[in-house]
Design a protein around this ligand. Structure first.
Ligand code: SF4
Length: 438
C-alpha cells in the first residue's frame, strides 16, 4: 500500500490510490482551493498554449505588459508578441482607442501577417472593453481578419478553458476557408505542438504508411494550412485537452472522423499506427510497427538496466499522463504518482487503466502536497513542467522536464531518447552529492 501524506480535508477527494479496476477517480475540473500555491496556469495562457505557434498572425495582447511577458514563452519557446501595455489611466478611462491604434501599428510592422489575434486579459475583461467591436472596425482598415481571443485569465479555473476558446476560434475563423477536394491520404494532427521535433517523428511514421499531414494543430498551423485542413480524411487527436473539441467541431462541420491515439511509448505508438491503418485498410502498418519496435528495443536496451525498478513520479498537463505512465513502465520503472494540473475525467480514467495498483492519482496538487508526495514516495526521478522543476531538484531528486527540452519523445525513436535521458538523470553522480537525495 502506497504511503500518502496527510491531505487538507478540502483536498482529500482529489487524491486516490489505484486499487484494482474499480478504483474511484480523483475529483477534477474544480476550482483550486483559494490560498494554495497551485501549479495551474490561467485561461489566457491556455489560449496562448494553442495559438502561439501560428506563424503568420500578429499576436497582440490587450492588457498590462506582465500578461504579455507571461504569454511570450510557451513550451519554453519565445514568440513575438505585441502588447498594448495598459496602465492605470487606461483601466480608469478605457483603452479602446489605444487598442485600435495598436492593431494598425502592428499590421504596419508585420505587413505579411494574414490575421491579427487580439488577446483579452483580466484587466480588459474587468473594465468591459468592447473587443469585438474594436476588432471589427480595425479589420475594415487593415484588410485582414482581426479576431478577439476572449479568454481573460479569470474566466475559468484553469488553462483548459483557454484551449477550448482557442479551438472554437480556429473553427469559426480559419479552418476550411480554402477550397479543394478531399485529399485521399490526407490527415490532420490535433493537439500536436511539435515539441523538439515530435511532429517530424510522427510525420515520418505516417509517411511510411503513405499518409500526408495537411495541418498539425498547432505545431504547424499556418493560416494557409488551416484553410486546407477540411480536405483531410481523418483527424488524429494526440492531446485530448487541446484536440478533442477541435476534432468534434471538424466532425460536425466537415464530416471528418477522428481517432484518439498517443505516440508516447512503444505500445502506444504501435497501437496508434494500427488504429490509423485500420481506418485506411493499410496492410503496411504491421511492417512499420515491427521494424520500429525492433530498432527501438535494441537501441533502448543499454539504458534499461539503469532504470529497472527505479521509482518515478509524473505531474504535468492532463492528457499525456496515461501514455507517459505506460512508457515509463515499459522502461521498467515503477510509477509512484500520476497527476495533472487540469486533467479531466477521461484523462484520469485513461491514466487509471495504465498504472499499476498502488499508484497515487492526484488532481491539481499544490506546492506543499507535491513536496510531501516526493518525501513519501522517495522517487529516483520526477517528470513535470518547469514550475515544479526547482521545487523537486531542491529535494535532491533528478527532474525530467516534460514537454521535453532537447529531443523528440514521440514515436519509436522518441522512446529511445526518453530512455537515454531518464537513464542519464537517474545515474548522474551529482544527485548522490545533493543533500536529501533518495
Ligand atoms: S491571470 Fe489575468 S492578469 Fe494574470 S496573466 Fe492571466 S490574464 Fe494576465
Amino acid at each position: 500500500m502506497r504511503v500518502v501524506p496527510e491531505i487538507m480535508p478540502c483536498r482529500r477527494g482529489h487524491v486516490v490510490v489505484k486499487e484494482g479496476e474499480a478504483t474511484c477517480l480523483p475529483l477534477c475540473s474544480r476550482p483550486t482551493v483559494p490560498g494554495v500555491i497551485s501549479e495551474r496556469a490561467c485561461a489566457y495562457y491556455g489560449a496562448r498554449w494553442v495559438l502561439a505557434p501560428i506563424p503568420d498572425a500578429v499576436h497582440l495582447v490587450h492588457g498590462p505588459v506582465g500578461c504579455a511577458y507571461y504569454g511570450r514563452t510557451v513550451r519554453r519557446k519565445n514568440y513575438r508578441l505585441f502588447s498594448t501595455d495598459l496602465s492605470e489611466r487606461d483601466i480608469v478611462f478605457g483603452a479602446g482607442e489605444k487598442l485600435y491604434r495598436a492593431i494598425l501599428e502592428t499590421c504596419a510592422l508585420v505587413p505579411g501577417a494574414r490575421a491579427v489575434l487580439v488577446y483579452a486579459t483580466c484587466a480588459v475583461g474587468i473594465i468591459g472593453e468592447d473587443l469585438p467591436g474594436i476588432c471589427r472596425s480595425a479589420a475594415k482598415v487593415v484588410g485582414r481578419p482581426v479576431v478577439p481571443v476572449n479568454a481573460p485569465g479569470f474566466c475559468a479555473s484553469n488553462q483548459a478553458a483557454g484551449h477550448d476558446i482557442a479551438a472554437r476560434l480556429l473553427l469559426e475563423h480559419f479552418i476550411g476557408n480554402g477550397g479543394g477536394e478531399p485529399v485521399e491520404n490526407g490527415v490532420n494532427l490535433l493537439g500536436e505542438f511539435d515539441v523538439q521535433g515530435d511532429l517530424g517523428e510522427i510525420e515520418a511514421l505516417l509517411g511510411e504508411m503513405g499518409l500526408k499531414v495537411i495541418c498539425a494543430f498547432s505545431g504547424r498551423a499556418s493560416i494557409a494550412a488551416m484553410a486546407q485542413a477540411h480536405r483531410a480524411r481523418l483527424n488524429i487527436v494526440h492531446c485530448r485537452r487541446t484536440g478533442h473539441l477541435l476534432a468534434e467541431g471538424m466532425r460536425e462541420k466537415f464530416g471528418i472522423p477522428y481517432v484518439k491515439v498517443s505516440f508516447y511509448g512503444l505500445e502506444e505508438t504501435a497501437a496508434a499506427l494500427r488504429a490509423i491503418s485500420r481506418f485506411y485498410s493499410l496492410a503496411i502498418a504491421g511492417e512499420v510497427v515491427a521494424r520500429g519496435l525492433r530498432a527501438a528495443r535494441e537501441k533502448a536496451r543499454p539504458f534499461l538496466a539503469r532504470l529497472r525498478g527505479k521509482r518515478v513520479g509524473l505531474f504535468f498537463g492532463g492528457s499525456r499522463m496515461g501514455a507517459m505512465a505506460k512508457a515509463f513502465r515499459e522502461l521498467g520503472m515503477e510509477v509512484v504518482l500520476a497527476g495533472s494540473q487540469f486533467g479531466c475525467r477521461e484523462d484520469y480514467e485513461e491514466a487509471g487503466h495504465k498504472v499499476a495498483d498502488g499508484t497515487v492519482l492526484v488532481d491539481d496538487a499544490h506546492d506543499r502536497e507535491l513536496l510531501e508526495f516526493v518525501a513519501c514516495s522517495q522517487p529516483h526521478l520526477w517528470v513535470g513542467g518547469t514550475k515544479e522543476k526547482f521545487l523537486v531538484q531542491k529535494l535532491g531528486v533528478p527532474f525530467l522536464v516534460f514537454p521535453q527540452e532537447s529531443a523528440p519523445f514521440a514515436g519509436f525513436k522518441g522512446f529511445v531518447n526518453l530512455a537515454r535521458q531518464a537513464a542519464g538523470l537517474v545515474s548522474a553522480p551529482v544527485w548522490r552529492l545533493a543533500a536529501g537525495g533518495f
